[in-house]
Each structure stands twice: as structure tokens, then as C-alpha cells.
Design a protein around this ligand. Sequence first.
Ligand code: F6P
Length: 356
Amino acid sequence: MGNSMYHYWKSQPEVLRQILEQRKSQTEEFVKLFCAVNPDKLYLIGSGTSLNAERAAAGYMETMLDVDVCAVPSSRIPQLRGERPMVVFISQGGSSTNTLQAMEQLAAYPSISITGEAECEIRRRSSHHMLIGCGEELAGPKTVGYTASVLCFYICALEAALAAGTIGPDKYDAEIGVLDLAVNQMEENIRRTEAWFRRNQDELVQIRKYVLVGCGSAFAAATEGCLKILETIKVPSMSFEFEEYLHGPIILTDRELGGVFYISDAPGERERMMELARCHAHFSPYAYMVTTDESIQGAKVLHALRTGHDHTQIFEAVLLPQLLAARVPELLGLAEGSPAYDLYTKNCPTKYNNGR
Ligand SMILES: O=P(O)(O)OC[C@H]1O[C@](O)(CO)[C@@H](O)[C@@H]1O
């Protein structure tokens, strides 16, 4: 239990609270570099869940810092643009070979690395470094590593924006208040997600393919959630932005498709999404809704607490697929990992020195 995915899943509110509390010291190195470089373009570079965290956080960082923020995969480095670009490498384990390669390729630019592991190759090769703040996550597929990475990007943006004067103290306090609320709500959202799982457990173990549909940050969280589902339950799992789903992918709906619909709170959009969930339920027994609307009732409905701010929906929407990934494999008696993954990475390593 101590190193299980479930254990890390459940630890999220506590870890995130600690990151919020220590935000000044944790972001010190980032803020110093940001103020020295005064970048007009910020590149976030990483792989897998780290890449999903970058993508989730980029929009908020851009708004707070008032600079262009580009989230790119380690293996696809573009020609850097801007007069004063700054690079942020993120790696939870700190040893991904493609991120190390990206660091070599971009050695001429001012950069900082952010890692989960305190002792790692990426840190050894960095001139500037900071920790994600979630400690070592020993379970293979990361849960707290994701939400901690997103929060880490958020606090970097807030502290640097305050130091650079892009936002004033009142705005800063208000933004911290929103993050604080989201982390407090996470505790109750964890409880509600577990209760939802218990109510639906018997049918959840039968689902052989998934689609997760959301808007804004719920879509970003759904994308990370799908990665978790397919890495653990080992079934196809797709995420779509709501309106994009209607433009074709909906055609895949059949009685075996499990659908999770994050119902938007925006008027108009909310009704259209509700209708989509009802349409899915018409064809499949596996139609699940996540909503703040208490008037919608039923065992399949998960009532979530939200702050009313899009960027904090990450911390709520990702909980459901993360819990599926943490619990369903054990109920199905599935083995961890895969022979194909092991064979491939033996011949073509993705971690420096096997991650040691
Ligand atoms: O964030 P890191 O440690 O660079 O790892 C990138 C990805 O590689 C994996 O470790 C798989 O090789 C994923 O779990 C992770 O998201």
C-alpha cells in the first residue's frame, strides 16, 4: 500500500498543500532566473505525464507572466523564437533520455530544470534547478507527480509575475486564495470519487474502452487521465475537447464504450454536454457524468466541488481516471508493466542508466 498508485493518489491534497506553503522557497531559483533573463518567450519541455502537465499549465502561466508560453515534447524541439527565450525542462524521474538530449541541443539558452527526484542526471547537468515538491513517486504511472507538476508551474508563474511586476499583491493574493480553495476541495473530491467508484465498481471492471470528454482544463486533465487508464488497465482510452468530439469521434459510440463527461458549468455549454451524456446513455450502459449540479441525480453521477476558475479544474477532473487506473487493474488481477515495453526499452533505453 505504501508505494501503491492508490497511496500516491490519496496523498495529493496533502502534498499539494505543502507545495503551496513552501512556494516562496521552492520557486526561488526560477524567479531569480526569470527576472535576470526577462524572457519574451518561455518553453516548457518534457515527456509523457510531464508533457501533459506543461500543456495543462501553459495557458495560466501565459496569462500571469504576460509572455508566450510554449509546451513542447522533449523529442520535438522547434527552432526557438523570441529575442530572449528561456527554457524549462521538466522530468519527474529526472533521467529521461530524450529530455537529456533536448538539454544538450538547447545548451546555449538560459534554462532551469524541474525534477521530482532530488538526485538525478538531469539535475547534475543543469545550471539552475528546482524540485517539483512531491518527493519520490515509486509507483510506475504517476498521479501526484502530475498534479504537483501543474501546481509547481502555477506557483512559478505567480511568484515570478509578482517579482517582475506583471501582477500586483492583490491579484497575487486572490490567485493564491483560488489555489488554496482548490487544494482544500480536493480532499472532499477524493472522498466523493471513492464513493462514486464503490457505487459503480461492478460495471467499471467490465469496460474495455473509454472516451473522456471535457472543456478547457477538464479536457487537459482528461488527456492525462486517458494516459493513466491505458498504461494500467491496458485498454484504448481517448480524450476529446467537447465540441471536437461532436465533429466525428462520437461515431464510435457503441454499447461497449465507457464515457466520462465533465459537464461544463458555462450556460449553454452545460445543456449541450448534458444532452451528449444522455445520448451516450442511450447506446451504452457506461455513461458517467461529473458535474457540480446537485439536481442531476443517479449512481453514475459524480458531484464535484469546483472553484469556478478553469485552471483549478485540473485538480478535480483528473481524480476519476487516476482512481480507475489505481484500482481496476488490481480488481481484474492484471500484471503491472508489459513485455513489449520491457523488450523495447531494453534495446532502446528511455531512461539514462536505467533511471538509476
Ligand atoms: O517525467 P519523466 O521522468 O521525464 O518521465 C516521462 C515519462 O516516462 C515514463 O516514466 C515512462 O517511461 C512515464 O511514466 C513518464 O510520464
